[in-house]
Design a protein around this ligand. Structure first.
Ligand code: G3I
Length: 448
């Protein structure tokens, strides 16, 4: 579909979108205690990166729609996705995300207009003059298509080198157009969609260091010369090699003091359990402590689709269960931290269930089997009770340690106490019917 046609059709459907957004807002007002609603209570958005290819997965969409108030297309608005050959724009996947977000009343962050990575192959060979034209045409084409629909755009992404020099990163734009390409991109972006907030976005700039100092100097210079910049994005990809900096809040604040908004744009923290939760708390608290920190975006909904494929850096696990990090974020946002039902992953409560089946049956007796399954947390031991009908008696028991009191048999593990979350074990027993064929009753399973 051509850019022009699609742009007109986006405008024509705006009324429908607005109506749907109102409905979604009404729903979310009823649903307390989500990341989005808790953040809204603090005057912030809480967003996530989204991949169009996962929107058809029911649990993915349900988690996204319930919890988040802003989305960032993870790859679908990048140059290779939107202008794979010069002057031919393709918006199908990005439109899918934007349409979905709007139908749920969510805002959209645009990511990203000018970046050295995920460039289609036709860009790099261009000469300087042609490259300048291509850059500006790309900004105009992409921003024009979504004019009025994007709350913040990452106009330029990752233009500074890592390390101590504070230098610009080598890229076709830097190498051929020089330092001025960033300023030019921001000026073109302002004209293309005056309503969008224009951000510079980078990583390893989260604390005070040579790289963030260089970005700081650029933003200060832009502000002093009236170059249109509204916000700075701090990607915030953290792990043990790159932990949450102790001066994170201070760094956000010094940028805010230049007169720009700050946003946490791609947050993820490798780890698990309470340590990961504590790190997430630090990040949320830092943002909330800075008035101009307008929102946070985590870089994905579920661990199973994270770009850090070997890590577990997000708030929902691969089954879309809330992790301790989720509860920590919700609590830090002032939401009434959901303690969860016993057995929910991340609730810290050891739990188990016991289910009974008769596995063999003959005239004078039967064999029973009780299956013990751990809840959402690992357990180290379990106890289950089996109450036999009055006439019956147990003649054998295996894979468990019984103690008898009248017709109530309390069974504890023999070798099989420790279970991972969701893992099962069981014990079996042989019963003499003594004239009664009734089934035993299995009581509540308790775990520690
Ligand atoms: O879609 C194709 C698929 O068809 C193909 O079979 C497969 C084979 O490799 O590749 C798939 O594309 C991958 C794409 O993600 C979608 O999954 C690309 O190879 C892969 O390179 C791409 O990675 C993205 C990465 O940016 C590229 O630089 C990640 O999803 C995305 O999370 C990541 O996001 C970046 C931000 O844009 C900027 N900041 C850092 C952040 C993390 O690296």
């Amino acid at each position: 579909m051509s850019m022009i046609v699609r742009r007109l059709s986006r405008a024509a459907t705006a009324g429908l979108v607005a109506a749907a957004a109102l409905t979604a807002a009404a729903h979310s007002a009823e649903a307390a205690d989500t990341l989005g609603s808790a953040a809204a209570g603090q005057g912030r958005y809480f967003g996530t990166a989204v991949a169009a290819s996962h929107l058809g997965e029911a649990d993915y969409a349900a988690t996204l729609d319930r919890e988040f108030s802003s989305v960032t297309p993870e790859n679908e608005m990048k140059w290779d996705a939107t202008e794979p050959s010069r002057g031919t724009f393709t918006f199908t996947s990005a439109d899918r995300i934007v349409d979905h977000a709007q139908s749920q009343g969510m805002d959209v962050r645009g990511h990203t207009l000018v970046w050295h990575s995920q460039l289609p192959s036709w860009v790099s060979p261009l000469g300087a003059s042609d490259l300048r034209t291509a850059m500006n045409d790309h900004i105009k084409g992409l921003m024009g298509h979504y004019k009025g629909e994007i709350h913040s755009w990452d106009v330029v992404n990752e233009a500074f080198q890592d390390g101590g020099s504070g230098a610009r990163r080598s890229s076709p734009f830097q190498d051929k157009l020089g330092d001025g390409f960033i300023e030019e991109a921001f000026r073109t972006a302002r004209a293309a969609d005056p309503a969008a907030k224009l951000c510079y976005n980078d990583y390893n700039t989260d604390g005070v260091n040579a790289k963030s100092n260089a970005v700081y100097a650029m933003v200060k210079d832009f502000k002093s010369r009236g170059v249109p910049i509204d916000c700075v994005g701090f990607q915030s990809h953290f792990n043990s090699n790159s932990p949450v900096p102790s001066d994170y809040r201070q760094n956000l604040q010094r940028f805010a003091d230049l007169g720009v908004d700050v946003q946490i744009t791609e947050l993820d923290i490798e780890g698990s359990g309470s340590a990961q939760a504590a790190d997430y708390t630090k990040v949320v608290q830092a943002c909330l402590a800075v008035d101009r920190c307008t929102g946070m975006t985590v870089w994905g909904v579920t661990d199973k689709y994270s770009w850090r494929s070997s890590g577990t850096p997000l708030l929902f696990d691969g089954n879309y269960d809330e992790k301790p990090a989720y509860d920590a974020v919700l609590t830090a946002l002032g939401g009434s931290g959901d303690p969860g039902d016993p057995g929910d992953p991340g609730d810290g409560t050891a739990s188990c269930t016991a289910t009974y089946t008769r596995t063999a049956d003959w005239n004078s007796g039967y064999n029973g089997q009780v299956t013990i399954t751990a809840g959402g947390e690992p357990i180290s031991s379990w106890t289950a009770t089996v109450t036999l009908p009055a006439q019956q008696s147990v003649s054998a028991l295996w894979n468990g340690t019984p103690s008898l009191s009248g017709n109530v048999m309390t069974v504890r593990p023999s070798w099989n106490g420790a279970l991972a979350a969701g893992e099962s074990t069981g014990f079996g027993f042989t019963v003499a019917k003594n004239g009664s064929d009734a089934a035993p009753t299995v009581g509540t399973c308790t775990a520690s």
